[in-house]
Design a protein around this ligand. Structure first.
Ligand SMILES: NC(=O)c1ccc[n+]([C@@H]2O[C@H](COP(=O)([O-])OP(=O)(O)OC[C@H]3O[C@@H](n4cnc5c(N)ncnc54)[C@H](OP(=O)(O)O)[C@@H]3O)[C@@H](O)[C@H]2O)c1
Length: 436
Protein backbone atom coordinates (compact mmCIF):
# COMPACT_ATOMS: atom_id res chain seq x y z
CA UNK A 1 0.00 0.00 0.00
CA UNK A 2 1.34 3.45 -0.93
CA UNK A 3 1.78 6.23 1.62
CA UNK A 4 -1.43 7.95 2.69
CA UNK A 5 -2.60 11.20 1.13
CA UNK A 6 -2.41 13.55 4.11
CA UNK A 7 -5.04 16.27 4.22
CA UNK A 8 -5.79 19.30 6.39
CA UNK A 9 -9.42 20.41 6.73
CA UNK A 10 -10.08 24.13 7.05
CA UNK A 11 -13.71 24.67 8.05
CA UNK A 12 -15.82 22.19 10.00
CA UNK A 13 -19.28 23.47 9.19
CA UNK A 14 -21.90 21.70 7.08
CA UNK A 15 -19.44 20.51 4.43
CA UNK A 16 -16.36 20.05 6.64
CA UNK A 17 -18.25 17.83 9.08
CA UNK A 18 -19.74 15.98 6.10
CA UNK A 19 -16.25 15.23 4.75
CA UNK A 20 -15.14 13.78 8.10
CA UNK A 21 -18.28 11.64 8.28
CA UNK A 22 -17.79 10.36 4.75
CA UNK A 23 -14.09 9.54 5.21
CA UNK A 24 -14.88 7.71 8.45
CA UNK A 25 -17.80 5.74 7.03
CA UNK A 26 -16.44 4.88 3.59
CA UNK A 27 -12.73 4.79 4.49
CA UNK A 28 -12.23 1.17 3.42
CA UNK A 29 -13.68 1.47 -0.04
CA UNK A 30 -12.02 4.84 -0.59
CA UNK A 31 -8.60 3.36 0.27
CA UNK A 32 -9.20 0.51 -2.18
CA UNK A 33 -10.31 2.81 -4.98
CA UNK A 34 -7.68 5.50 -4.37
CA UNK A 35 -4.93 2.92 -3.94
CA UNK A 36 -3.96 4.49 -0.62
CA UNK A 37 -5.65 5.85 2.50
CA UNK A 38 -6.77 9.46 2.80
CA UNK A 39 -5.71 10.58 6.24
CA UNK A 40 -6.81 13.74 8.07
CA UNK A 41 -3.69 15.15 9.78
CA UNK A 42 -5.08 18.53 10.90
CA UNK A 43 -8.43 20.27 11.31
CA UNK A 44 -9.32 23.88 11.93
CA UNK A 45 -12.39 26.04 12.54
CA UNK A 46 -13.07 29.18 14.57
CA UNK A 47 -14.59 27.68 17.68
CA UNK A 48 -12.90 24.61 19.11
CA UNK A 49 -15.60 24.00 21.71
CA UNK A 50 -18.55 23.89 19.29
CA UNK A 51 -20.48 20.63 19.17
CA UNK A 52 -20.37 19.51 15.53
CA UNK A 53 -21.94 16.10 16.06
CA UNK A 54 -18.65 14.36 15.29
CA UNK A 55 -15.79 13.15 17.46
CA UNK A 56 -12.84 15.40 16.68
CA UNK A 57 -10.60 14.10 19.49
CA UNK A 58 -8.46 11.99 17.18
CA UNK A 59 -7.66 14.80 14.75
CA UNK A 60 -4.92 17.32 15.59
CA UNK A 61 -6.45 20.80 15.94
CA UNK A 62 -4.77 23.86 14.41
CA UNK A 63 -5.83 27.22 15.87
CA UNK A 64 -4.53 29.37 13.07
CA UNK A 65 -5.89 28.35 9.68
CA UNK A 66 -3.09 29.98 7.73
CA UNK A 67 -0.56 27.61 9.36
CA UNK A 68 -2.14 24.60 7.64
CA UNK A 69 -0.47 25.53 4.36
CA UNK A 70 3.02 25.47 5.85
CA UNK A 71 2.79 22.16 7.72
CA UNK A 72 5.33 19.63 6.50
CA UNK A 73 2.91 16.75 7.13
CA UNK A 74 0.17 18.11 4.83
CA UNK A 75 -0.11 17.16 1.13
CA UNK A 76 -3.49 18.78 0.38
CA UNK A 77 -5.45 21.55 2.09
CA UNK A 78 -9.24 21.27 1.86
CA UNK A 79 -10.76 24.75 2.10
CA UNK A 80 -14.36 24.61 3.36
CA UNK A 81 -14.60 28.02 4.98
CA UNK A 82 -16.29 30.04 2.24
CA UNK A 83 -16.24 33.67 1.11
CA UNK A 84 -14.73 34.98 -2.12
CA UNK A 85 -11.89 36.80 -0.37
CA UNK A 86 -10.64 37.04 3.20
CA UNK A 87 -9.28 34.02 5.07
CA UNK A 88 -10.30 31.46 2.42
CA UNK A 89 -8.42 33.23 -0.36
CA UNK A 90 -5.40 33.87 1.85
CA UNK A 91 -5.28 30.17 2.70
CA UNK A 92 -5.71 29.13 -0.95
CA UNK A 93 -2.84 31.38 -2.05
CA UNK A 94 -0.54 30.16 0.72
CA UNK A 95 -1.36 26.53 0.03
CA UNK A 96 -0.48 26.71 -3.66
CA UNK A 97 2.56 28.90 -2.98
CA UNK A 98 3.76 26.15 -0.63
CA UNK A 99 3.45 23.67 -3.52
CA UNK A 100 0.56 21.77 -1.93
CA UNK A 101 -2.72 20.69 -3.50
CA UNK A 102 -5.94 22.59 -2.86
CA UNK A 103 -9.48 21.21 -2.86
CA UNK A 104 -12.31 23.66 -2.31
CA UNK A 105 -16.10 23.87 -2.46
CA UNK A 106 -15.94 27.66 -2.65
CA UNK A 107 -17.71 28.84 -5.83
CA UNK A 108 -17.47 32.51 -4.91
CA UNK A 109 -13.68 32.29 -4.59
CA UNK A 110 -13.26 30.32 -7.83
CA UNK A 111 -15.63 32.64 -9.75
CA UNK A 112 -13.66 35.69 -8.63
CA UNK A 113 -10.12 34.35 -8.37
CA UNK A 114 -10.14 31.08 -10.30
CA UNK A 115 -7.73 32.28 -12.99
CA UNK A 116 -5.18 33.54 -10.46
CA UNK A 117 -5.42 30.32 -8.44
CA UNK A 118 -5.16 28.11 -11.54
CA UNK A 119 -2.01 29.99 -12.57
CA UNK A 120 -0.62 29.60 -9.07
CA UNK A 121 -1.38 25.86 -9.24
CA UNK A 122 0.50 25.57 -12.54
CA UNK A 123 3.53 27.39 -11.17
CA UNK A 124 3.51 25.63 -7.77
CA UNK A 125 6.56 23.66 -6.73
CA UNK A 126 8.89 25.54 -9.09
CA UNK A 127 6.76 24.70 -12.09
CA UNK A 128 6.07 21.09 -11.15
CA UNK A 129 2.44 22.08 -10.55
CA UNK A 130 0.01 21.28 -7.74
CA UNK A 131 -3.56 20.03 -8.01
CA UNK A 132 -6.42 22.53 -7.73
CA UNK A 133 -9.88 20.95 -7.64
CA UNK A 134 -13.35 22.39 -7.02
CA UNK A 135 -15.99 19.84 -8.11
CA UNK A 136 -18.16 20.65 -5.07
CA UNK A 137 -18.28 24.33 -6.02
CA UNK A 138 -20.81 23.71 -8.80
CA UNK A 139 -24.04 21.82 -8.19
CA UNK A 140 -22.87 20.12 -4.98
CA UNK A 141 -22.89 16.35 -5.38
CA UNK A 142 -23.41 16.32 -9.16
CA UNK A 143 -20.15 15.49 -10.99
CA UNK A 144 -20.79 18.06 -13.70
CA UNK A 145 -17.30 19.58 -13.84
CA UNK A 146 -15.89 16.09 -14.27
CA UNK A 147 -18.55 15.57 -16.93
CA UNK A 148 -17.36 18.65 -18.81
CA UNK A 149 -13.63 18.10 -18.29
CA UNK A 150 -13.63 14.39 -19.05
CA UNK A 151 -16.99 13.01 -20.17
CA UNK A 152 -17.60 15.43 -23.05
CA UNK A 153 -13.94 16.25 -23.66
CA UNK A 154 -14.30 15.19 -27.32
CA UNK A 155 -17.28 17.46 -28.02
CA UNK A 156 -17.77 20.97 -29.24
CA UNK A 157 -20.20 22.18 -26.55
CA UNK A 158 -22.94 24.44 -27.91
CA UNK A 159 -24.44 25.43 -24.61
CA UNK A 160 -24.55 24.56 -20.96
CA UNK A 161 -27.45 25.54 -18.77
CA UNK A 162 -29.43 24.50 -15.78
CA UNK A 163 -30.97 24.97 -12.40
CA UNK A 164 -28.01 25.94 -10.25
CA UNK A 165 -29.59 27.19 -7.04
CA UNK A 166 -31.65 24.88 -4.87
CA UNK A 167 -33.11 27.66 -2.73
CA UNK A 168 -34.62 29.42 -5.75
CA UNK A 169 -35.88 26.16 -7.17
CA UNK A 170 -37.48 25.25 -3.86
CA UNK A 171 -39.21 28.65 -3.69
CA UNK A 172 -40.42 28.55 -7.30
CA UNK A 173 -41.70 24.99 -7.16
CA UNK A 174 -43.42 25.66 -3.84
CA UNK A 175 -45.08 28.80 -5.29
CA UNK A 176 -46.18 26.62 -8.19
CA UNK A 177 -47.71 23.96 -5.98
CA UNK A 178 -49.30 26.24 -3.40
CA UNK A 179 -50.32 29.28 -5.46
CA UNK A 180 -48.75 31.49 -2.78
CA UNK A 181 -46.67 34.60 -3.36
CA UNK A 182 -42.89 34.94 -3.22
CA UNK A 183 -42.47 36.69 0.18
CA UNK A 184 -44.61 34.13 2.00
CA UNK A 185 -42.82 31.14 0.50
CA UNK A 186 -39.39 32.71 1.15
CA UNK A 187 -40.32 33.11 4.84
CA UNK A 188 -41.33 29.47 5.02
CA UNK A 189 -38.13 28.37 3.24
CA UNK A 190 -36.09 30.29 5.83
CA UNK A 191 -38.00 28.69 8.71
CA UNK A 192 -37.37 25.22 7.20
CA UNK A 193 -33.65 25.90 6.61
CA UNK A 194 -33.89 25.88 2.80
CA UNK A 195 -32.97 29.58 2.64
CA UNK A 196 -30.37 31.54 4.60
CA UNK A 197 -31.34 34.27 7.08
CA UNK A 198 -29.78 36.63 4.53
CA UNK A 199 -31.03 35.06 1.30
CA UNK A 200 -29.77 37.78 -1.08
CA UNK A 201 -26.98 35.69 -2.66
CA UNK A 202 -29.47 33.00 -3.58
CA UNK A 203 -32.62 34.90 -4.56
CA UNK A 204 -30.77 37.63 -6.46
CA UNK A 205 -29.12 34.95 -8.61
CA UNK A 206 -25.53 35.65 -7.51
CA UNK A 207 -24.83 32.13 -6.26
CA UNK A 208 -26.08 30.69 -9.56
CA UNK A 209 -23.95 33.26 -11.43
CA UNK A 210 -20.82 32.08 -9.61
CA UNK A 211 -21.52 28.53 -10.73
CA UNK A 212 -22.41 29.52 -14.27
CA UNK A 213 -19.16 31.47 -14.70
CA UNK A 214 -17.22 28.33 -13.73
CA UNK A 215 -19.29 26.07 -15.99
CA UNK A 216 -18.87 28.45 -18.94
CA UNK A 217 -15.08 28.54 -18.57
CA UNK A 218 -14.91 24.75 -18.64
CA UNK A 219 -17.46 24.33 -21.42
CA UNK A 220 -15.97 26.87 -23.81
CA UNK A 221 -12.29 26.95 -22.91
CA UNK A 222 -12.60 30.58 -21.90
CA UNK A 223 -11.24 32.60 -19.02
CA UNK A 224 -13.70 32.98 -16.15
CA UNK A 225 -15.54 36.25 -16.55
CA UNK A 226 -17.91 36.55 -13.60
CA UNK A 227 -18.43 40.27 -14.23
CA UNK A 228 -19.94 39.47 -17.63
CA UNK A 229 -22.70 37.23 -16.22
CA UNK A 230 -25.97 39.16 -16.56
CA UNK A 231 -27.91 38.33 -13.42
CA UNK A 232 -31.58 38.68 -12.50
CA UNK A 233 -33.05 36.95 -9.47
CA UNK A 234 -36.53 35.66 -8.67
CA UNK A 235 -37.76 38.38 -6.28
CA UNK A 236 -40.19 39.95 -8.77
CA UNK A 237 -42.02 36.78 -9.69
CA UNK A 238 -45.63 36.78 -8.56
CA UNK A 239 -48.11 33.97 -8.11
CA UNK A 240 -49.88 35.49 -11.16
CA UNK A 241 -46.78 34.89 -13.35
CA UNK A 242 -46.64 31.26 -12.27
CA UNK A 243 -50.34 30.86 -13.06
CA UNK A 244 -49.95 32.53 -16.48
CA UNK A 245 -46.93 30.39 -17.29
CA UNK A 246 -48.88 27.28 -16.37
CA UNK A 247 -51.80 28.32 -18.58
CA UNK A 248 -49.32 28.66 -21.45
CA UNK A 249 -47.81 25.20 -20.79
CA UNK A 250 -44.69 26.29 -18.91
CA UNK A 251 -43.14 26.43 -15.45
CA UNK A 252 -40.84 29.17 -14.20
CA UNK A 253 -37.30 28.19 -13.24
CA UNK A 254 -34.19 30.25 -12.48
CA UNK A 255 -31.90 29.20 -15.32
CA UNK A 256 -28.20 29.89 -15.68
CA UNK A 257 -27.32 29.60 -19.35
CA UNK A 258 -24.06 29.99 -21.25
CA UNK A 259 -23.61 29.79 -25.01
CA UNK A 260 -20.31 29.96 -26.76
CA UNK A 261 -21.04 29.56 -30.48
CA UNK A 262 -18.55 31.55 -32.57
CA UNK A 263 -21.50 33.03 -34.52
CA UNK A 264 -22.54 34.95 -31.41
CA UNK A 265 -19.24 36.79 -31.41
CA UNK A 266 -18.73 36.57 -27.69
CA UNK A 267 -19.71 34.45 -24.76
CA UNK A 268 -23.31 34.64 -23.61
CA UNK A 269 -23.72 34.14 -19.86
CA UNK A 270 -26.96 34.87 -18.10
CA UNK A 271 -28.86 33.90 -14.94
CA UNK A 272 -32.53 34.74 -15.23
CA UNK A 273 -35.97 33.30 -14.52
CA UNK A 274 -37.19 31.58 -17.69
CA UNK A 275 -40.35 29.87 -18.86
CA UNK A 276 -39.48 26.20 -19.28
CA UNK A 277 -41.83 24.08 -21.45
CA UNK A 278 -43.52 21.33 -19.45
CA UNK A 279 -42.02 18.67 -21.73
CA UNK A 280 -38.44 19.88 -21.09
CA UNK A 281 -36.55 17.73 -18.54
CA UNK A 282 -35.76 20.82 -16.42
CA UNK A 283 -39.49 21.46 -15.90
CA UNK A 284 -39.69 18.31 -13.77
CA UNK A 285 -36.81 19.39 -11.50
CA UNK A 286 -38.55 20.12 -8.24
CA UNK A 287 -37.64 21.33 -4.78
CA UNK A 288 -34.02 21.96 -3.79
CA UNK A 289 -32.64 19.79 -6.61
CA UNK A 290 -30.09 21.06 -9.14
CA UNK A 291 -29.80 19.99 -12.77
CA UNK A 292 -27.40 20.85 -15.56
CA UNK A 293 -27.79 20.22 -19.27
CA UNK A 294 -24.74 19.98 -21.50
CA UNK A 295 -25.28 19.97 -25.26
CA UNK A 296 -22.34 18.45 -27.11
CA UNK A 297 -22.12 18.10 -30.88
CA UNK A 298 -21.53 14.34 -30.67
CA UNK A 299 -22.86 13.39 -27.23
CA UNK A 300 -26.15 15.22 -27.77
CA UNK A 301 -28.14 16.52 -24.82
CA UNK A 302 -26.91 15.23 -21.46
CA UNK A 303 -28.78 15.85 -18.22
CA UNK A 304 -27.00 15.82 -14.86
CA UNK A 305 -29.38 15.97 -11.92
CA UNK A 306 -29.14 15.59 -8.16
CA UNK A 307 -28.62 17.28 -4.83
CA UNK A 308 -26.87 20.61 -5.30
CA UNK A 309 -26.15 21.16 -1.62
CA UNK A 310 -26.15 19.51 1.78
CA UNK A 311 -23.43 17.87 3.83
CA UNK A 312 -23.51 14.43 2.20
CA UNK A 313 -23.68 15.35 -1.51
CA UNK A 314 -21.16 18.17 -1.18
CA UNK A 315 -18.76 15.97 0.80
CA UNK A 316 -19.14 13.32 -1.92
CA UNK A 317 -17.78 15.78 -4.50
CA UNK A 318 -14.97 17.00 -2.22
CA UNK A 319 -13.79 13.45 -1.51
CA UNK A 320 -14.03 12.49 -5.20
CA UNK A 321 -11.51 15.28 -5.85
CA UNK A 322 -9.28 13.88 -3.10
CA UNK A 323 -9.50 10.39 -4.57
CA UNK A 324 -8.41 11.78 -7.95
CA UNK A 325 -5.41 13.42 -6.31
CA UNK A 326 -4.57 10.25 -4.39
CA UNK A 327 -4.71 8.29 -7.66
CA UNK A 328 -2.43 10.82 -9.35
CA UNK A 329 -5.04 11.88 -11.90
CA UNK A 330 -3.64 15.12 -13.17
CA UNK A 331 -6.02 17.19 -15.31
CA UNK A 332 -5.66 20.97 -15.56
CA UNK A 333 -8.31 22.72 -13.40
CA UNK A 334 -9.84 24.29 -16.53
CA UNK A 335 -8.92 21.39 -18.84
CA UNK A 336 -6.18 23.38 -20.61
CA UNK A 337 -3.34 25.57 -19.32
CA UNK A 338 -4.52 29.03 -18.25
CA UNK A 339 -2.64 30.74 -21.08
CA UNK A 340 -4.60 28.65 -23.59
CA UNK A 341 -7.95 29.90 -22.25
CA UNK A 342 -9.56 32.52 -24.49
CA UNK A 343 -10.63 35.94 -23.24
CA UNK A 344 -14.00 36.39 -24.92
CA UNK A 345 -16.15 39.47 -24.58
CA UNK A 346 -19.89 39.31 -23.99
CA UNK A 347 -22.19 38.25 -26.85
CA UNK A 348 -24.25 40.88 -28.66
CA UNK A 349 -27.96 40.60 -27.60
CA UNK A 350 -28.86 41.69 -31.15
CA UNK A 351 -27.73 38.24 -32.28
CA UNK A 352 -30.00 36.40 -29.86
CA UNK A 353 -33.27 35.06 -31.14
CA UNK A 354 -36.10 33.83 -28.98
CA UNK A 355 -39.61 34.17 -27.63
CA UNK A 356 -40.20 36.36 -24.60
CA UNK A 357 -42.77 36.63 -21.81
CA UNK A 358 -43.43 40.20 -20.71
CA UNK A 359 -45.59 41.13 -17.75
CA UNK A 360 -46.65 44.76 -17.40
CA UNK A 361 -48.33 46.31 -14.36
CA UNK A 362 -50.44 49.05 -15.82
CA UNK A 363 -53.03 51.56 -14.71
CA UNK A 364 -56.37 50.39 -15.98
CA UNK A 365 -57.42 53.13 -18.34
CA UNK A 366 -58.43 53.30 -21.98
CA UNK A 367 -55.59 53.19 -24.48
CA UNK A 368 -53.06 51.29 -22.34
CA UNK A 369 -53.11 48.17 -24.44
CA UNK A 370 -52.86 50.24 -27.63
CA UNK A 371 -49.81 52.03 -26.21
CA UNK A 372 -48.04 48.74 -25.43
CA UNK A 373 -48.88 47.12 -28.75
CA UNK A 374 -47.81 50.26 -30.65
CA UNK A 375 -44.39 50.17 -28.95
CA UNK A 376 -44.05 46.50 -29.92
CA UNK A 377 -45.04 47.25 -33.52
CA UNK A 378 -42.64 50.21 -33.75
CA UNK A 379 -39.76 48.09 -32.47
CA UNK A 380 -40.62 45.25 -34.83
CA UNK A 381 -41.75 42.81 -32.11
CA UNK A 382 -44.42 40.38 -33.24
CA UNK A 383 -46.97 39.47 -30.55
CA UNK A 384 -48.10 35.86 -30.24
CA UNK A 385 -50.56 36.32 -27.36
CA UNK A 386 -51.76 39.08 -25.09
CA UNK A 387 -53.69 38.53 -21.88
CA UNK A 388 -55.15 41.15 -19.56
CA UNK A 389 -55.59 39.88 -16.01
CA UNK A 390 -58.64 40.92 -14.01
CA UNK A 391 -60.46 44.26 -14.05
CA UNK A 392 -60.29 45.99 -10.70
CA UNK A 393 -62.01 49.27 -9.99
CA UNK A 394 -61.52 51.93 -12.65
CA UNK A 395 -58.02 53.40 -12.49
CA UNK A 396 -56.60 50.48 -10.47
CA UNK A 397 -53.63 48.25 -11.38
CA UNK A 398 -54.01 45.38 -13.83
CA UNK A 399 -51.51 42.92 -15.22
CA UNK A 400 -50.95 42.62 -18.95
CA UNK A 401 -49.05 39.56 -20.10
CA UNK A 402 -47.63 39.37 -23.56
CA UNK A 403 -45.76 36.56 -25.29
CA UNK A 404 -43.77 37.40 -28.40
CA UNK A 405 -43.12 35.34 -31.49
CA UNK A 406 -39.51 34.38 -32.05
CA UNK A 407 -37.44 37.45 -32.81
CA UNK A 408 -34.25 39.29 -31.86
CA UNK A 409 -33.90 40.16 -28.20
CA UNK A 410 -32.70 43.61 -29.20
CA UNK A 411 -36.18 44.41 -30.60
CA UNK A 412 -37.79 43.61 -27.24
CA UNK A 413 -35.24 45.83 -25.49
CA UNK A 414 -36.07 48.63 -27.95
CA UNK A 415 -39.83 48.26 -27.34
CA UNK A 416 -39.30 48.51 -23.59
CA UNK A 417 -37.22 51.63 -24.09
CA UNK A 418 -40.11 53.17 -26.05
CA UNK A 419 -42.41 52.49 -23.10
CA UNK A 420 -40.06 53.87 -20.48
CA UNK A 421 -41.70 57.29 -20.22
CA UNK A 422 -45.26 55.92 -20.20
CA UNK A 423 -47.57 57.14 -17.41
CA UNK A 424 -49.60 53.94 -17.66
CA UNK A 425 -46.81 51.41 -17.04
CA UNK A 426 -46.42 51.38 -13.26
CA UNK A 427 -43.11 49.55 -12.85
CA UNK A 428 -40.51 48.12 -15.22
CA UNK A 429 -42.00 45.03 -16.88
CA UNK A 430 -40.92 41.54 -15.85
CA UNK A 431 -39.09 39.99 -18.80
CA UNK A 432 -38.55 36.23 -19.05
CA UNK A 433 -37.31 34.31 -22.08
CA UNK A 434 -39.01 31.08 -23.10
CA UNK A 435 -36.39 28.34 -22.93
CA UNK A 436 -36.06 26.58 -26.27
N1 LIG B 1 -23.47 23.91 2.57
C1 LIG B 1 -23.58 23.40 1.35
O1 LIG B 1 -24.50 22.63 1.06
C2 LIG B 1 -22.56 23.76 0.29
C3 LIG B 1 -22.72 23.23 -1.00
C4 LIG B 1 -21.74 23.51 -1.98
C5 LIG B 1 -20.69 24.33 -1.65
N2 LIG B 1 -20.60 24.86 -0.40
C6 LIG B 1 -19.45 25.72 -0.10
O2 LIG B 1 -18.66 25.10 0.89
C7 LIG B 1 -18.04 26.07 1.71
C8 LIG B 1 -18.40 25.80 3.17
O3 LIG B 1 -19.79 25.87 3.31
P1 LIG B 1 -20.53 25.40 4.66
O4 LIG B 1 -21.98 25.39 4.34
O5 LIG B 1 -19.91 24.18 5.20
O6 LIG B 1 -20.21 26.64 5.60
P2 LIG B 1 -20.40 26.74 7.19
O7 LIG B 1 -21.30 25.68 7.69
O8 LIG B 1 -20.69 28.15 7.49
O9 LIG B 1 -18.92 26.39 7.72
C9 LIG B 1 -17.84 27.27 7.61
C10 LIG B 1 -16.73 26.79 8.51
O10 LIG B 1 -15.62 27.66 8.37
C11 LIG B 1 -15.11 27.98 9.66
N3 LIG B 1 -14.47 29.29 9.60
C12 LIG B 1 -14.99 30.47 9.20
N4 LIG B 1 -14.05 31.45 9.29
C13 LIG B 1 -12.94 30.88 9.76
C14 LIG B 1 -11.64 31.34 10.09
N5 LIG B 1 -11.31 32.63 9.93
N6 LIG B 1 -10.74 30.46 10.55
C15 LIG B 1 -11.05 29.16 10.73
N7 LIG B 1 -12.27 28.64 10.43
C16 LIG B 1 -13.19 29.49 9.95
C17 LIG B 1 -16.32 27.96 10.57
O11 LIG B 1 -15.90 27.77 11.91
P3 LIG B 1 -16.94 27.62 13.14
O12 LIG B 1 -17.75 26.40 12.85
O13 LIG B 1 -16.08 27.45 14.33
O14 LIG B 1 -17.76 28.87 13.14
C18 LIG B 1 -17.09 26.78 9.99
O15 LIG B 1 -16.66 25.57 10.58
C19 LIG B 1 -18.51 27.42 1.17
O16 LIG B 1 -17.59 27.91 0.25
C20 LIG B 1 -19.80 27.07 0.46
O17 LIG B 1 -20.11 27.97 -0.59
C21 LIG B 1 -21.50 24.59 0.57
Amino acid sequence: MSAPLRIALAGLGTVGAGVINLLERNGGLITRRAGRPIEIVAVCARDRSKDRGIDLSRYPWEDDMTLLAGRADVDVVVELVGGSDGPALALARRTLAAGKGLVTANKAMIAHHGMELAEAAEQAGNGAGAPLKFEAAVAGGIPVLKGLREGVAANDVARVYGILNGTCNYILSTMERSGRDFAEVLGEAQALGYAEADPAFDIEGIDAAHKLAILAALAFGSRIDFGAVETTGITRIRAADIAQAEALGYVIRLIGLAEGAASQGGLFQRVQPCLVPLEHPLAAVDGATNAVVIEGNFAGRLLFQGAGAGDGPTASAVVADLIDIARGVDTAPFSVPVEALEARGPADPGNRLGRTYLRFNVTDRPGVLAEITAAMRDAGVSIESLIQEGRPEEGGEVLVVLVTHEGPESAVIQALELLQGSDSVIEPPLVMPLLA
